[in-house]
Design a protein around this ligand. Structure first.
Ligand code: IPM
Ligand code: MG
Length: 356
């Protein structure tokens, strides 16, 4: 059966890295994968072309697709725009519009890249953490929000951190299910000592835990979790947390591997439809130079095949091919090390296709 994938290259290095991921999909198509690709506009590129970071047409295309492959959005060019028109709004609008509430962000250390981490090898060797971040609620979307002027003329900024029980429950179930397929350990991260909303979060997680007796549930305050991630990251298997804590902790976890250019992510709805993107951003400083690492985007294709397109075998082939090009010593500048062969974006993509 043909599956439809919407490709949204976005801004900065987005178009370059997505082009390599498309090469990989096309190579698999030649062997009968059956993925139909369609291009769309999002972020600053969409603003430039259509006056909105998320044109209605893009949202329609996204709704009609089985999965979405996204590059990255944002860049200094669009920073002066009012908030509603900024590229990030395109990304947030897709997450909300498609109800992609479950964001999976793996932090895996490739043995070939053990030296890339700034942490000692024994601290990170074999690292394999999955952060499950709630993606459509919390302070990112809570109302009321804004900047208002008080009676004395002083301005005040405000946002609202809210979670309904049902929202906590669905991200909790998502995380428990994932833990079940991995090391059966789930750490829920909150700030229950200060914030009522996360006191409720913890209560719901404990309640859910009764349905998953085979998963070992623990709880950690977010400040401690940040510290533990740097101190002894291998204590974690799956972590589940809210939108903002997840934003922060997932960047920290990604950097433990020393190669944020290697990490994919998935954002899923309740039915397994998803948007897939590299964890890194649009890297405007190196855009257009052909030096960006396409592997995170290529690995995002693997996640897409596994989670949304029911093509686990093809996903494994891609992951194995990435392992092989690393074994061959090919490195983009971000993961370059002594004795390795430096290559650009396109050469790396071609090497993965050849290794398939
Ligand atoms: C991320 C990014 C986004 C977020 C930005 C670009 C809106 O940092 O995906 O982690 O904060 O969620
Ligand atoms: Mg982030």
């Amino acid at each position: 059966m043909t599956k439809k994938v919407l490709v949204l290259p976005g801004d900065g290095i987005g178009p370059e890295i997505v082009a390599e991921a498309v090469k990989v999909i096309e190579a698999l198509n030649r062997e009968g994968l059956g993925v139909e690709l369609e291009q769309g506009l999002v972020g600053g590129a969409a603003y430039d072309a259509a006056g909105s970071p998320l044109p209605e047409r893009t949202l329609e295309q996204a709704r009609a697709a089985d999965a979405i492959l996204l590059g990255a959005v944002g860049g200094p060019k669009w920073e002066p725009l009012e908030r509603a028109l900024r590229p990030e709004k395109g990304l947030l609008g897709l997450r909300a519009g498609l109800e992609l509430f479950s964001n999976l962000r793996p932090a895996v250390l490739y043995p070939q890249l053990a030296d890339a981490s700034t942490l000692r090898p024994e601290v990170v060797a074999g690292l394999d953490i999955m952060i499950v971040r709630e993606l459509t609620g919390g302070i990112y979307f809570g109302e009321p929000r804004g900047i208002r002027t008080l009676e004395n003329g002083e301005r005040q900024g405000y946002n609202t951190l809210v979670y309904r029980e049902s929202e906590i429950e669905r991200i909790g179930r998502s995380a428990f299910e994932i833990a079940r397929k991995r090391g059966r350990k789930l750490c829920s991260v909150d700030k229950a000592n200060v914030l009522e909303v996360t006191e409720l979060w913890r209560e719901v997680m404990i309640r859910l835990g009764k349905d998953y007796p085979d998963v070992e549930l623990s709880h950690m305050y977010v400040d401690n979790a940040a510290m533990q991630l740097v101190k002894w990251p291998k204590q974690f298997d799956v972590m589940v947390t809210d939108n903002m804590f997840g934003d922060i902790l997932s960047d920290a976890a990604a950097m433990l591997t020393g190669s944020i250019g290697m990490l994919p992510s998935a954002s899923l709805d309740a039915h397994g439809k998803g948007m897939y993107e590299p964890i890194h951003g649009s890297a405007p400083d190196i855009a257009g130079q052909g030096v960006a690492n396409p592997l995170a985007t290529i690995l995002s294709v693997a996640m897409m095949l596994r989670y949304s397109l029911d093509a686990g075998a093809a996903a494994e082939r891609i992951e194995a091919a990435v392992g092989r090009v690393l074994d061959q010593g090919l490195r983009t500048p971000d993961i370059m090390a002594a004795g390795m062969q430096q290559v650009g974006t396109a050469a790396m993509g071609d090497a993965v296709v050849a290794a398939l």
